[in-house]
Design a protein around this ligand. Structure first.
Ligand SMILES: Nc1nc2c(ncn2[C@@H]2O[C@H](COP(=O)(O)OP(=O)(O)OP(=O)(O)O)[C@@H](O)[C@H]2O)c(=O)[nH]1
Ligand SMILES: [Mg+2]
Ligand SMILES: [Zn+2]
Length: 292
């Protein structure tokens, strides 16, 4: 795609390899490339992959060492979540945030479908917003269907390259369609029976928006395996845990059972949210399983 949003279909010639990682897709959405225009048709051939300012990788679930680059060169990420239809689990949010923290990409949380929440569900959303905004994540409360607070979101999206992620059915593509109605992308109702989305978007794609900027719509993610990271560094990506960890007695404290752990004290005092701590423990437990 040219910076003005026009699209040139390109093929890849030869082999592109990214140092140190084996990926299933050498060129990903968001990549900046050099290409040679074809003669008569619109098509072109990609000849060079320019350096990436960042990228997000997803590990394949199978045992092969291959990973997939979800997107490259993104300015910011918006994690779209819903309290119901479907319900986004807190641990899912936390695993996602660990990943974007590891890539040092600014991430905001967008609560969508506020038009259908009961009083209790709205209260639950406010509880979550309190937790996450206190840590430093900007939160939006929107209804794409009713247009509520979309203008706030537009301000944040303007002139940036933004990746929108979240489970299937939360409304990522519906959002893009109202931001750029000419796109007319496919969306689908959430299954009443399974209360889950149906994985309608199948590959990540970048789209221009008329007020300036680009949005990358992505397929709904299921579980989120945390990318390869050392057990001992996971807490670096929980900003509020990391901040307090400096007061732990042992510098290599994992904040599990160690004596003099400032993090556990903060959890007991309610300064660190218990759900967040629980997500941390569960991620560590996963990592342990891997080493067995
Ligand atoms: N009530 C309500 N429904 C919404 C809202 N936003 C989206 N939806 C509905 O949610 C359903 C799923 O929306 P999609 O945009 O397809 O969801 P998605 O996140 O792109 O899903 P995948 O492509 O499968 O990952 C559609 O039926 C939308 O009409 C909202 O603000 N309120
Ligand atoms: Mg979609
Ligand atoms: Zn500790």
């Amino acid at each position: 795609m040219r910076p003005d949003g026009t699209v040139i279909e390109c093929t890849i010639k030869g082999k592109f390899r990214v140092k140190g990682i084996r990926t299933t897709n050498p060129v990903a959405v968001g990549d900046r490339v050099m290409f040679i225009s074809g003669e008569r048709e619109q098509g072109g051939v990609i000849t060079e992959l320019l350096d990436r300012t960042n990228y997000i990788i997803r590990k394949s679930t199978n045992l092969s060492k291959e990973s997939q680059i979800i997107a490259a060169n993104v300015d910011q990420v918006f994690l779209m979540v819903t309290i119901k239809l479907p319900e986004t689990p807190v641990e899912f949010i936390d695993r996602f945030l660990v990943t974007t923290e590891a890539y040092r990409i600014k991430t905001s949380i967008v609560f969508n479908k506020i038009d259908i929440y009961s009083k209790e569900e709205l209260a639950r959303m406010e509880d979550l917003i309190e937790i996450y905004s206190k840590i430093g994540y900007e939160c939006f409360r929107i209804s794409v269907i009713n247009g509520t607070n979309i203008s706030h979101l537009k301000d944040a999206l303007k002139n940036k390259i933004s990746l929108v992620s979240g489970n299937s059915g939360v409304g990522k593509t519906t959002l893009l369609n109202i931001l750029n109605p000419s796109l007319n992308l496919k969306t689908e109702e959430v299954s009443e029976y399974h209360q889950q989305g149906k994985h309608i978007t199948t590959f990540p794609e970048m789209h221009p928006v008329p007020f300036g900027g680009f949005i990358i719509d992505t397929p709904g993610i299921r579980g989120f395996g945390v990318i390869d990271m050392d057990r001992s560094e996971i807490y670096h990506f929980f900003p509020e845990i990391f901040r307090i960890s400096k007061d732990c007695r042992f510098h290599n404290c994992l904040h599990l059972e160690e004596p003099g752990c400032a993090v556990r004290t903060a959890v007991e005092a309610g300064e660190i949210n218990y759900l967040r701590y629980r997500s941390y423990i569960n991620i560590i437990a996963d990592e342990n399983r891997k080493y067995r």
